[in-house]
Ligand binder design. Structure first.
Ligand code: G3H
Ligand code: 13P
Ligand code: ZN
Length: 317
C-alpha cells in the first residue's frame, strides 16, 4: 500500500528511522520489497533524476505499481530524490509521488527559500509533501559536485528561518555525512550536536540524513578480492549511530551506495567464480536475495524492522 511520507513520519518520529532506498531497476526493486517484507518494515522508495532517465520514468512507476500488487502487505511511500524545480513539478503533477525533494542548497539562502516555497505551494495544492535541503553535503548530488572545502554543516538558527519561510515538511540537513563511498577521512561520526540543536530549535520537524551508507570494509575487501579497485580506506556512517540519531529526530535515512556495493560484490564474485557463465539470470537471482538480506539488515539497524503493524494501525488500512 502506498501511503504518504507524512503518515510514515508520524509513526516513526523520534522512535525509529525509515529507510529511504534508491531504486533503478527490477532486480533492485524485488530485493527491496522482499527485504522489507522479510523484516516487517515500512520504507520509502526514492527515485533520483538519474534513475528516472536510466530507462524511462514510466518503467519504474510500472515496476512499483506492480510490486504493490505482488506484495500487498508492503507499506511504503514514493519519493523524488534530489529534484530540481522542473523535475519536482513533473512528479507532483504525475499524481504518483507521495513527496518530492527540492534540492536548491547550492543557491544562496534567500534563493533556496524562494525556490523551495514555489515547490511547496504547488506540492501542497496536490497533497504532496516536500523535503528541502539546507547546508551542503560533500560529494556528488546529481550533476553538481560539491568538494569537501565547500561542504558546510546546517546552521540550526538558519534552519528555524528556512523552515518558517519555505513551509517545507522535512529538512535534509548537513550533519557530517557526504554522498558516495568516500565520506570520512579521519574520525567517523555524525555531528550529534548539530542534530540535537536542529531538533530543539525546530521541534516536530523530521530531519533527513543523506549520505547514510556505511560502506562496510568487508564489502570493499570482497569487491577488491574479486578484481575491484575501491579505495580500501573508504568509510561510511557507523550503522550503530542510525538509531541514536533517530531518537533525536532523524526520521528518514537515505541509503544508495551500500546497495551499489552489494550489486558490485555479487556480480564480480559470480563471474570470477564462474567465468564460463554468460546468462544474467543466475547472478540476478543471487543479487535479489543478497539485496533483500542487506535491506532487512539495514531495517534492523534503523529500528524500522517490526514496525509494519504499528504503521498499519496508524494509517488504519
Ligand atoms: O544522492 C544521490 C543518490 O545516491 C542517487 O544517485 O543520482 O546517481 O541516481 P544517482
Ligand atoms: P549514500 O551515497 O551514502 O548511499 O547516500 C544516498 C543519498 O543520500 C541519496 O539521496
Ligand atoms: Zn542524497
Amino acid at each position: 500500500m502506498i501511503v504518504t511520507t507524512d503518515q510514515l513520519y508520524k509513526v516513526a518520529y523520534k522512535k525509529f528511522a525509515i529507510g529511504a532506498y534508491n531504486i533503478n531497476n527490477l532486480e533492485q526493486s524485488m530485493g527491496l520489497f522482499r527485504g522489507c517484507i522479510q523484516s516487517k518494515a515500512p520504507f520509502i522508495i526514492q527515485l533520483s533524476k538519474g534513475a528516472r532517465g536510466y530507462t524511462d520514468k514510466r518503467m519504474l512507476e510500472a515496476i512499483i505499481r506492480t510490486a504493490e500488487v505482488i506484495f500487498p502487505e508492503a507499506i511504503f511511500a514514493v519519493h523524488l530524490d534530489h529534484g530540481d524545480e522542473a523535475t519536482c513539478y513533473d512528479c507532483i503533477d504525475s499524481g504518483f509521488y507521495s513527496s518530492v525533494m527540492i534540492d536548491a542548497s547550492h543557491e544562496s539562502f534567500d534563493e533556496n527559500i524562494a525556490i523551495t516555497k514555489r515547490v511547496v505551494d504547488r506540492a501542497h495544492a496536490k497533497g504532496v509533501s516536500v523535503e528541502a535541503e539546507l547546508g551542503m553535503l560533500g560529494g556528488v548530488e546529481e550533476d553538481i559536485k560539491v568538494d569537501e572545502g565547500h561542504a558546510c554543516l546546517t546552521n540550526p538558527d538558519e534552519a528555524v528561518e528556512f523552515v518558517k519561510r519555505s513551509g517545507c515538511d522535512s529538512l535534509a540537513a548537513a550533519i557530517g555525512t557526504s554522498h558516495g563511498a568516500y565520506k570520512f577521512k579521519g574520525q567517523q561520526s555524525l555531528r550529534f550536536d548539530v542534530i540535537e540543536a536542529i531538533s530543539q530549535k525546530v521541534p516536530g520537524m523530521p530531519i533527513v540524513m543523506h549520505g547514510s551508507s556505511s560502506v562496510p570494509i568487508e564489502e570493499v575487501q570482497r569487491i577488491n578480492a574479486a578484481g575491484g579497485k575501491l579505495d580500501p580506506s573508504a568509510r561510511g556512517v557507523d550503522e550503530n549511530e542510525y538509531l541514536p540519531a533517530a531518537k533525536l529526530g532523524v526520521t528518514k535515512v537515505n541509503i544508495d551506495t551500500d546497495g551499489r556495493l552489494v550489486w558490485t560484490r555479487v556480480h564480480r564474485e559470480f563471474f570470477r567464480d564462474k567465468p564460463a557463465e554468460f546468462d544474467f539470470r543466475p547472478p540476478g537471482k543471487v543479487f535479489m536475495q543478497a539485496y533483500a538480506d542487506f535491506i532487512a539488515h539495514k531495517n534492523e539497524k534503523l529500528g524500522s524492522a517490526g514496525q509494519l503493524d504499528a504503521v498499519q494501525a496508524s494509517v488504519g488500512g
